[in-house]
Design a protein around this ligand. Structure first.
Ligand code: C5P
Ligand code: MG
Length: 213
């Protein structure tokens, strides 16, 4: 009897552990677009590390504003203490339990920081990896810049630096998760709807149901 009660209690507690999907890929691979689709279809909260950093940069009185702007413009990665704390706060504020964490972990510092402070408070379901050539990603980001994204890093100079960071710092993180069998690789060169069909397969594979409206 006591054993059964404990068992159902532990099932209940497990249910409460926030579930996380990391979303990685080169700048312009379509992470944000796909996250919007996923959150509508599967009810995940979309947290973009880049968006949270841009928000913090704009926050009046932020002690990190200038540092964040400099890192973003140079395609470098902000120290994990800042990013992880923004993610953690946003997760708590949402009151929800399923999160798409877009653009994180981006380097070893991000990964180690998450493992130190968050990995035992959350359950990583898998890592979505959007694969797209540098030429197509660059074209998309420049197009986004020309269409008025207002981003200080959608220009050729910043894009070259962002790509270097992606190849040197982010790829090893993707390989780290690949070795654990956690990566779902998606061809992101196609149009958004076609890409989403593949994304759905990854979510359906682990038994996540779409929201019925
Ligand atoms: O993901 P997104 O392209 O919006 O990121 C823009 C920039 O934000 C990155 O190039 C980087 O400078 C910063 N960033 C970061 N750490 C992350 C995610 C983004 O420093 N985990
Ligand atoms: Mg984005």
């Amino acid at each position: 009897m006591l054993y059964r009660t404990l068992q159902s209690f532990s099932k209940y507690v497990n249910k409460m552990v926030p579930e996380v999907v990391f979303v990685l890929g080169a700048p312009g691979a379509g992470k944000g677009t796909q996250c919007t689709y996923i959150s509508k279809e599967y009810g995940f909260v979309h947290l973009s590390a880049g968006d949270l950093l841009r928000e913090e940069r704009q926050r009046p009185g932020s002690e990190y504003g200038e540092m964040i702007e400099e890192k973003i413009r140079n395609g470098q990665i902000v120290p994990v203490e800042v990013t992880c704390s923004l993610l953690h706060k946003a997760m708590q504020k949402s009151g929800k339990s399923r999160f798409l964490i877009d653009g994180f972990p981006r380097n070893k510092d991000n990964l180690e920081g998450w493992e130190r402070t968050m990995s035992d408070k959350t359950k990583l379901l898998f890592v979505l990896f959007f694969e797209c050539s540098q030429s197509m990603c660059t074209e998309r980001c420049l197009g986004r810049g020309a269409a008025g994204s207002g981003r200080s890093d959608d220009n050729l100079d910043s894009l070259k630096k962002r790509f270097n960071t992606y190849l040197n710092d982010t790829m090893p993180i993707i390989q780290h998760y690949e070795a654990q069998g956690l990566v779902r690789k998606i061809d992101a060169e196609k149009c958004p709807d076609e890409v989403f069909e593949k994304v759905k397969e990854a979510f359906d594979e682990i038994g996540l149901k779409t929201i019925v409206c």
